[in-house]
Design a binder for this molecule. Structure first.
Ligand code: CP
Length: 276
């Protein structure tokens, strides 16, 4: 069991040793799932934005480890409808003394500041465009199982890097393990962070990469200055059976989901043996 994290809000403030310890623990659970024990503990999943994968992954993890998942779906039938704030909702939940709060929320919430007040560990399950540490951890955990070492491996992030919380968490995680990052996408989607090697042409990026993460085209985060047609995106940056000919046979393809089929990725690509 890794030493207890107080909270997991980002990946830059966590030492590499602790991340390695999390990976080792995940590996041991994968090989040998623990029997369920009812310890009377609960974890509250506070989801103020839509989710399928992250929410159900956390719920499944709770069930498998014998911890009761308590779900707050910030959509309908909660006191948010009556005008209660997200901050007050979380303070109420923390007062119920769960073992942790797993929070998906928008950028407007000051999550680090709130985590100090909550006095229970907070796990960031997707915070606006800022960070999605558990998705990046899962991506790198998956790639780690494919490679003997992460050091010097080249990860190409494709598409809407600037508005992607997953990409931002990859930047933080890459620096711990010496992973080289590349990016490829339309001008308005490209990060200004110098950590990225930028490729104008998809083919050049794919030839360079040991793994490629194709990001979701995030319509909801674009204003009118960033309109880029789906057709242009698909033609220039979409992963297709044809474009993937440039990727090495031993490289890997990933997507955090949800996929816009036929935009950042053709559905047929999911059958490619390099998808993991
Ligand atoms: N990958 C991911 O964050 O998916 P959800 O939005 O469905 O949780």
């Amino acid at each position: 069991m890794p030493s207890r994290l107080s909270s997991l809000l980002d990946l830059q403030s966590i030492p590499r040793t602790q991340i390695e310890s999390l990976f080792s623990f995940a590996e041991s659970l994968k090989k040998n799932p623990r029997p369920v024990r009812n310890r009377g503990e609960s974890v509250i999943l506070a989801f103020f934005e839509a989710s399928t994968r992250t929410r159900l992954s956390f719920e499944t993890a709770c069930v498998r480890s014998g911890v009761g998942p308590v779900l707050f779906d910030g959509g309908l039938k909660t006191s948010l409808e009556k005008g209660e704030t997200v901050e007050d909702s979380l303070l109420n939940m923390a007062a119920m003394r769960p073992s942790a709060l797993i929070v998906r929320c928008s950028d407007s919430l000051d999550l680090p500041q709130l985590a100090l007040q909550l006095k229970v560990p907070v796990i960031n399950a997707g915070w606006g465009v800022r960070a999605h540490p558990t998705q990046a951890l899962l991506d790198v955990f998956t790639l780690k199982s494919k490679w003997s070492s992460l050091e010097g491996k080249k990860l190409l992030i494709l598409g809407d890097v600037k508005h992607s919380r997953v990409a931002h968490s990859h930047v933080e995680l890459a620096s711990h393990f010496g992973i080289k990052l590349g990016q490829c996408g339309p001008e308005g989607f490209i990060s200004e962070n110098p950590i990225f090697q930028t490729f104008q042409k998809l083919e050049d990026g794919l030839q360079w990469a040991d793994a490629v993460v194709a990001l979701r085209f995030q319509f909801e985060r674009h204003d009118s200055t960033l309109r880029f047609s789906k057709e242009d995106f698909r033609n220039l940056y979409g992963l297709s059976v044809k474009s993937l000919r440039a990727l090495k046979s031993e490289s890997w393809v990933m997507h955090p989901g949800p996929i816009n089929h036929g935009i950042e990725m053709e559905t047929e690509v999911l059958q490619d043996p390099r998808c993991c």
